[in-house]
Design a protein around this ligand. Sequence first.
Ligand SMILES: [Zn+2]
Length: 58
Amino acid sequence: MLCPVCCVEYVEVEFDMEVEGVILHNVKALKCPDCEEELFTPQQHEAIKKKIEDSTGH
Ligand SMILES: [Zn+2]
C-alpha cells in the first residue's frame, strides 16, 4: 500500500499501545517511513479488537 501523500510504500511496524485502559502488546500497523503516518489494515484492526476482547474478558 502506498502513502497517498508521499507515494512511498508503507512498512509494517509492531509496537505496544493502550486502548481503553488496556495495554496491547505487539500491535501491528502500517507506517509511512517518510511522514510517519500510521494506519491499520482491516485485518490489523480486527486483531486489535480481539486483543481488547481477550483482555477484558468479553
Ligand atoms: Zn507519507
